[in-house]
Design a protein around this ligand. Sequence first.
Ligand SMILES: Nc1ncnc2c1ncn2[C@@H]1O[C@H](COP(=O)(O)OP(=O)(O)O)[C@@H](O)[C@H]1O
Ligand SMILES: [Mg+2]
Length: 357
Amino acid sequence: MARLALSGRPQDVTTFLLRLAKRVQSDRPEFASQINAVLASPTAQQSAFRGVAVEQALPRDVDSRLSLIRVDPLPTPDVEPILDESIRVLMDQLLAERAYQSALAEQGLTPTKSVLFTGAPGVGKSLMAKWIAHRLQRPLVTLDLSAVMSSFLGKTGANIRHVLDYAKASPCVLFLDELDSVAKRRDDATEIGELKRLVTVLLQEIDEWPASGLLIAATNHPALLDPAIWRRFDLIIDFPMPKAEQVRQAVTSILRVRVPNEDLIEAVSIVLDGYSFSDIGRELNRLIKQSVMVQAPLEDVLREYIRGRMSDLRVEQRKTVASCFLRAGFTQRETHEWTGVHRDTLRKMGMSTTDSE
Ligand SMILES: Nc1ncnc2c1ncn2[C@@H]1O[C@H](COP(=O)(O)OP(=O)(O)O)[C@@H](O)[C@H]1O
Ligand SMILES: [Mg+2]
């Protein structure tokens, strides 16, 4: 239990205690009731139980029986986000504003309370929402609006209000994912009445969101949002596709433990240039699994992958990949075979150090 507590997992401590109380119930009933008293105390309720209690009270769509919202009481991102410097500055300020909340309040200022994330799929919008909640040590309440919009609307209105009321009342980060699905449906002639009311509620809520809370919304299709929605957010952050250097960081963080070969990692990074973070992860995981299944060294699988992708690359990229092969100790002839770059070109590049021909 000490280990669980020290690693900051109150939820697990609670679970452990519940089990312990059950186990000792018959032999040592007094001890069991002491444990239960601790669990029922206000402090325990506030920290560990809050998430659980909320989860049980979550509104469920009547038709689909799916939970419309997800509560992550202790959000922990799987990976440290790789951020563009311009975004990191904004994130740091966002977090700092929370730390200086009372100093700001003395000057009549409020911290940023609503943020809109825009950007292509897989560039880290959901990851950042989780990361911010993690850094603020608040539960992350996610409302997936595309799921909401496709569910029975009559109940949905009430459900959304329920979610928003909960999120406003507790110190959490509310994440409205796929915000554009609301906008998309706004022009849909079929369910106009209820939908319009719903959108109005949502917009009003964004406007009047309390400074104690933080509302983050995300969209892959900012163009679908009407300007009335944009205007309501305190801050809009556009997530760009990863730049070459960030692709390299992402590839390195995934491959580092498996492939101690910097030249190969660089060559792979060049091939994956232009991919989103999630596509990079998916592609590399596929190759890692492949190497396990065909029982081939991952380095070989990666080289084959590069060979297969050479024709998609620009001339400059092909040359850079070739120079990685030369640096890794392949001869000009071998490098030509792997990359298709002409041997004259390789010779002109003059980068071969180990060519014995
Ligand atoms: N900036 C980033 N740095 C590192 N990994 C990332 C980043 N963005 C995305 N990923 C990886 O891609 C996955 C999907 O990203 P996600 O945040 O869901 O994208 P989005 O919400 O923008 O569609 C993440 O779980 C993470 O593994
Ligand atoms: Mg997302």
